[in-house]
Every structure is written in C-alpha cells, then in structure tokens.
Design a protein around this ligand. Structure first.
Ligand code: 5AD
Ligand code: SF4
Length: 448
C-alpha cells in the first residue's frame, strides 16, 4: 500500500499527547505514516485544547493558517479533533471553509472510517458524539521498539466535578474509567517495548473506577507496580477532595510509585474555593499535604493556581500568597482566569481586570522561582537516581557527552558521563552526583 503522510499538531495537555499517539496508531493500518513536515502531509490533524481562551485561539489560528496549503494541494485532508472540536462541532466547518472534518474526543476509534469516507469523496464531516466509553485500541508496541523512556497512559477521562471555571465536563464528557486489565495490558506492552516510566492520566485520577465499581486507584497502582521492566509510575491530576489515606499508603509503600504528586489547589481562599465548587477548604488541603508529607517526607508537591477568578479580592489573593508560603510547593503552574463557554463562572459578576491578573501572575511566578531555586540548591552534593531520557540539548557541543533525565521527584538533571553512551542510554537508571543548581534544572556527573 502506498504510504500517505500524516501530520499531527498537538496542543494542550498530556492527554492530547496520548490521543495523538492513538490517532497515529489507528491510522497506520490504513496507510498513514507520521511526518514532521506539514508541507508533505496528505492529512493534517489539529488536536486542540480549549482549557483557556488563549489555547482556543491558538487552535483556530492554526487551522486558519492551513488555508493556503489546501489551495495549493486540493487533495489534502484537513481535520480538527480534541477539545475545541468537541465543543464547537459543526460551527467550525462554517467558520473555516477549507476544513474537511471535525471529530470529538470520544470517537478516535472511528477516525479511520471517517478519513476513508473523505478519501472516497464524501463531503465535509462532523462526528462529535460523546459515547461515554474510551475506545480501546491495539496495545501492542513491538519488542524493544520504543525510543522513549517515558510514556503517557490514559486511565480515565472526563470529569463529574463541575468546577465552575472549567470546560472539561463539556469537552471530555462525564467521567469514565478504562478497565484495569486493558490498562495493565497496555503497560506490559510498553515495558516490553523498552518504556521504563509511565504517567497515568485522568482529569481526576483519584476517583478512578469508583463509578464503574472497578478496583480503586490505589489498587490499580498496586497492579501496575507488578509490571516487569517498569521502573517508575507517575500520575496526574489528583483532586484534593478525593486524595485518600489509601492513596497516601500506596505512594509510600509501592516501590515504583514516584514521590511526586500534582495536587492543584487553585486558590488559598475558602470564599473562592467555594465559588469554584472545589469541595474542600484551605484547611482540608493543608491537612492532606501534612498527611502525605508525614508518610513520605521527601515527596515533591506541585500545584495549579488560578488568579483573577471573578469576584476575587486582594484579601482572597493574599490568602493564596500565604498558602503558597505555608506549603512551599516544589512546582507551580499559575493561570490567569479566562471565561470559557458553558462554564458557570462566565456568568459571575465582578470580573478582575486583565492588568491585575497579569501582575498577580508575575508575582506568584517570582515567588515560586525563589522557592524552586532554594529547593534545587538543597540538592547540591547529593547522589540521586536519574532515569535517562536521552542526550541533553547541549550535549553534542561538549567533549564528554551530556545526558538528560529526571529524578523521582520530576526534576530535570543534565549530566556528563565519562563512560559514554554505554552507561547512559535512554531508559537506564544512573546515579548522578549533583554539582550545580540552576533555576529550572540541576547539573551533575554520573557516579562511576
Ligand atoms: N481559566 C484559567 N485557568 C483555568 N484552568 C482551568 N480552567 C481555567 C480557566 N477558565 C486551569 C486550572 C487547572 C489547569 C489545568 O488549568 O488551574 O488545574
Ligand atoms: Fe475541571 Fe474541576 Fe474536573 Fe479538574 S476537577 S477537570 S478543574 S471540572
């Protein structure tokens, strides 16, 4: 079969990265192979994100930019998938006359059928049904074939929490979990392919399987911990309200589960948390973090913060500042609030000025930079296990090859290995002596 070229532009979160891999995988048997060159593509897919207004804008302008390409190459198929497609459906076809297909987040298994219809000359198509099931695709990756040490695996999708600012329940639908057997089968296959680390994905992994009466998330972790060849298990995102003692026990007792937790708090003010519909208080959050740190003293905790939620006052923002100071996060993502279609907070009054949001965002980033710097500095002189991900970007310029990898707590470590590539291949664990702390990474030398 002649090979057709597929170009996928992935935007947004890790779940989209995973979905793009699945799109490539389902289209492969139909003659499509991935290309890095958009100009050579026979099929272009934009896998989009709509979590914030900026992300949606990026998606729509990407599609707009392909109009010329389509003019030059009439046979080219242009498709949009992901969260913007799910939410806006047919309207996108009306807005962009050169677009051929809009497909949603729940129907990746149908993609080959849709593409076939377009190849056969059928007109422009839309398929955005929220089926309520995650399509299972062939989990076989080939023995020793993976070039990556670390991969994502979606374990559940969608969300039932309805935080008032959030678009996810409308773009990914209601919460649904994959069967544990399918997840474990996929991870065994990944480990056989050479993958050493998996990051389990879901909008709220802590409530995995509850609705379906499946094993709990802590039990799923125990099952995955038994997979031969796998070295590390990460997961994201956790919701503070569902972060239970059984999970804390799993993190402290299962050897492959990394002591690294992303636990978005969003705000330090009870008033704002309530209006966000987060279902926990500041005190609840602190209690969970205290319990987690008591069980795993060296755990790294990351978080998300939204600044400028409608009605947020300076006093509310000060509460967020004091929470950040109290917890001392290892990493922080800060977002300026933006209205999303369907999200209830879009209708809330007292919107915060863009200028104020920007100032607050910069203030938080500055504070976090200093905390990260201090935490990184405390690592200097220690010997730390690093999972090698490959040559570092600067590696080739140096006399001794320089590699890049991550610590259990997710910190990037660039290091030299005098032994060369035999010792520091992607996917190997190397002990590194940390010599320098930089603002976003650590630098060290492999211990012989
Ligand atoms: N505006 C700004 N930030 C948002 N997030 C989700 N929705 C919005 C919004 N409307 C942030 C939250 C979430 C992260 C993935 O994106 O902090 O945890
Ligand atoms: Fe959105 Fe809240 Fe669900 Fe996270 S928990 S995906 S913020 S609704």
């Amino acid at each position: 079969m002649a090979t057709k070229q597929l170009y996928i532009q992935t935007m947004g979160c890790q779940m989209n990265v995973y979905d793009s891999e699945r799109m490539a995988k389902v289209l492969e048997p139909f003659g499509y192979s991935l290309t890095d060159s958009i100009d050579n593509a026979d099929l272009i897919i934009a896998n989009t994100c709509s979590i914030r207004e900026k992300a949606r804008h990026k998606a729509v302008s990407f599609i707009g930019r392909q109009a010329d390409l389509k003019k030059r190459k009439p046979g080219l198929i242009l498709a949009i998938g992901g969260c913007v497609a799910q939410q806006e459906g047919k309207n996108l076809l009306k807005q962009s006359h050169h677009l051929d297909l809009v497909f949603g987040t729940d129907t990746l298994g149908r993609l080959p059928g849709l593409i076939k219809r377009l190849e056969n000359g059928e007109g422009r198509l839309t398929d955005i049904e929220l089926t309520g099931i995650i399509d299972e695709i062939d989990p076989y990756f080939g023995e020793g074939k993976s070039t990556e040490a670390s991969r994502f695996v979606t374990i559940m999708q969608g969300c039932d929490n309805y935080c008032t600012y959030c678009v996810v329940p409308y773009t990914r639908g209601r919460e649904k979990s994959r069967p544990p057997e399918a997840i474990v089968r996929e991870i065994i296959s990944l480990a056989r392919a050479g993958v050493r680390e998996v990051t389990l994905l879901g909008q709220n992994v802590n409530s995995y399987g509850q609705k379906e009466g499946l094993p709990s998330f802590a039990e799923l972790l125990a099952m995955i911990n038994n997979v031969d060849g796998l070295e590390r298990i990460r997961f994201t995102t956790s919701h503070p309200k569902d972060f239970g003692d059984d999970l804390i026990a799993a993190i402290s007792s299962l050897d492959k589960v990394c002591r690294h937790v992303h636990l978005p708090v969003q705000s330090g003010s009870d008033n704002i948390l309530k209006r966000m519909n987060r279902n926990y208080t500041r005190a609840d959050y602190i209690e969970k973090v205290t319990a987690l740190r008591a069980a795993c003293p060296d755990v790294a905790i990351g978080s998300d913060i939204i600044v400028g939620f409608p009605g947020e006052t300076q006093a509310d923002f000060d509460e967020t500042l004091s929470l950040i100071d109290e917890i001392g996060f290892d990493g922080l993502f800060v977002f300026a609030y933006s209205d999303r279609p369907d999200a209830p907070s879009s209708a809330f009054g007292n919107k915060v000025e863009e200028k104020v949001k920007k100032e607050q965002l910069n203030q938080l980033l500055k504070i976090q930079e200093e905390t990260t710097r201090q935490k990184n500095a405390a690592m200097v002189g220690r010997e730390i296990e690093v999972l090698v991900e490959g040559l570092s970007k600067k590696g080739q310029d140096n006399q001794a090859p320089q590699y890049s990898g991550r610590t259990e707590t997710g910190k990037i470590v660039n290091f030299v290995s005098e032994n060369g590539s035999s010792k520091a291949q992607s996917g190997t664990m190397v002990k590194v002596s940390i010599e320098r702390a930089l603002s976003h990474s650590l630098w060290g030398r492999a211990v012989q």
